[in-house]
Design a protein around this ligand. Structure first.
Ligand code: BYC
Ligand code: FE
Ligand code: FE
Length: 471
């Protein structure tokens, strides 16, 4: 279905045929814009930014590029095409036709899932709102803003579901999504990682690599949902998510590249005096962002997760490609847990282990980028390897919450941890150094001292393209 850009709210859900819904969303729209102006990218609302806008929801040719002022970005409601005759792929309702309306008995649970997903989207925009002041290039500034407007659209996606399918409670939840604030003591965002600060660009790249990737895995699980409107909106969101992870992976890769070039050029280990970031500092940032992102998967053993699955609301990653009964009532899955002072694997019922399984799929995916980063280091002939820390390292949620475990997975005492933690997590000194490098670069084609240029421009634009017009 084509996207209608003539309507006030662009959409491909035939919004104009449902006057009540259209009016409700048109009332929410100005409040969203107020939130965007208050909590979105600071100071840059009036600039022309080279943004991509969705023009259709099929895999090919869905984007158009052009300079747009962010508040004029055409946020709207885009669902992937319906699949004729789709049936529920897992759980107790496996084989039944998918639901086009909310099943009454699952209403509360489903609403909660949608609200949790929706809450992360504006949270990330809030976390990143100061970064525009210190972008290392116009190219990077543009990528930040692209990620921000798309996270804004992801909020629209969830708010549409709340308005269209959950009546008055849905409308109230949609309001509350604009009221919580990342890091606020009284009304924080729902999930832990979304209340952390994103104070610098190394953190931003780590966030888009590790935390947006949680988004990929959660959205992929929800894209399997028996509640068809949720599945379809998540399928389209996933196409946007790919760019966010690209920004993270290439961003970190470019920082590594720059560091390695300087290490070779000056034959040193410490590149801080040359205005770059040392590899061990990057490892500590990686340790932090990976571990807080692991927390986003919830407890290893979770009856919530079992219920989401059995109810047909949230599947596994690539549910359709797995060869088993898709009910999992008699199956087991190996899960890490503390066992007599050591971390060891043991078989647990597959249904209650679904968070652990999704986290494992996520970790495997995270490791792929680490391999590519290490290739950059190796190509420069430098003897250093970045590593993902052990799953039990630095956790706040689940079986390892508040235990002391090294990046290698060894359980240690609090004293040993305190004595060693500066080797494992970003120190004051790391953060201060990274912060000292955060000086904006606004000349087209120029980059800050700590990051290499990208391999190619957005939409094949030349290196000195004006991605953001300051005038
Ligand atoms: N922080 O059974 P448990 C994205 C709560 S990212 C705080 O262990 P469950 C994005 C939990 O709510 C993707 N609280 O976990 C990325 C529960 O509370 P109640 C976001 C937490 O329920 C970058 C209790 O602890 N999408 O899109 O199986 C930029 C016990 O729960 C946390 C989703 O998360 C935490 N980390 O799973 C922009 C998908 N973890 O019920 C966007 C929707 C758990 O006892 N959400 N708790 O009050 C879900 O599927 C599930 O809510 C979770 C938790 C996987 C998050
Ligand atoms: Fe998102
Ligand atoms: Fe994202």
């Amino acid at each position: 279905m084509a996207i209608d850009y003539i309507e006030r709210i662009p959409n491909n859900v035939d919004l104009s045929r449902d006057r009540r819904l259209q009016r409700a969303l048109e009332e929410w729209q100005p409040r969203y814009l107020d939130w965007w102006r208050e909590m979105g990218p600071e100071s840059y609302q009036g600039l022309d930014v080279y943004l991509r806008t969705a023009t259709s929801v099929d895999a090919k040719g869905w984007a158009s590029f052009g300079h747009v002022k962010m508040p004029e970005y055409r946020w709207g409601i885009f669902l992937a095409e319906p699949e004729a005759g789709r049936t529920i792929g897992f759980g107790e309702h496996k084989g039944e036709p998918v639901w086009q309306e909310v099943p009454g008995e699952y209403r509360g649970v489903l609403r909660r899932l949608i609200v949790t997903q929706g809450d992360t989207e504006p949270a990330s925009v809030e976390q990143q709102r100061h970064l525009g002041h210190t972008a290392p290039s116009l190219y990077d500034l543009r990528n930040l803003f692209q990620v921000n407007v798309e996270e804004g659209r992801h909020l629209w996606a969830m708010v549409y579901l709340l308005h269209a399918y959950f009546g008055r409670d849905g409308r109230e939840e949609a309001e509350t999504l604009l009221e919580r604030r990342s890091g606020d003591e009284d009304k924080p965002r729902i999930l832990g990682a979304f209340n952390e600060k994103t104070p610098d660009w190394l953190s931003f790249f780590m966030f888009t690599y590790f935390t947006d990737r949680d988004g990929k895995y959660q959205l992929a699980s929800l894209a399997e949902s028996g509640f068809d409107p949720l599945a379809r909106t998540c399928r389209f969101m996933l196409t946007e998510e790919a760019h966010h992870m690209f920004v993270g992976e290439t961003g970190i890769g470019r920082v590594i590249q720059r560091t390695c070039e300087l290490m070779r050029e000056h034959k040193v280990h410490d590149v801080a005096p040359f205005g770059a970031i040392n590899l061990d500092t990057m490892q500590r940032y990686l340790n932090f962002h990976y571990s807080v992102s692991l927390d986003l998967f919830g407890s290893e053993i979770s009856t919530n997760a079992a219920n989401f699955y059995s109810m047909g609301l949230k599947g596994r990653f690539e549910e359709g490609r797995r060869e088993d009964d898709h009910r999992l009532t008699d199956a087991f899955y190996p899960v890490l847990a503390l066992d007599g002072g050591r971390v060891a694997s043991r078989d647990e019922p597959a249904l209650t282990s679904l968070n652990a399984r999704l986290r494992d799929d996520y970790s495997t995916d995270c490791a792929r980028g680490v391999v590519r980063w290490n290739q950059v280091i190796k190509r420069h002939g430098i003897d250093f390897e970045l590593k993902l820390p052990h799953q039990a390292f630095n956790r706040r949620i689940g079986a390892f919450a508040n235990m002391h475990v090294t990046p290698e997975g060894e359980v240690i005492s609090k004293e040993t941890w305190n004595a060693a933690v500066d080797r494992w997590l970003p120190t004051e000194q790391d953060r201060a150094h990274v912060q000292s490098l955060m000086k904006p670069v606004r000349e087209p084609g120029k980059f800050a001292s700590w990051i290499a240029p990208p391999a190619r421009g957005i939409n094949n634009q030349p290196a000195d393209f004006q991605y953001v017009k300051f005038s």
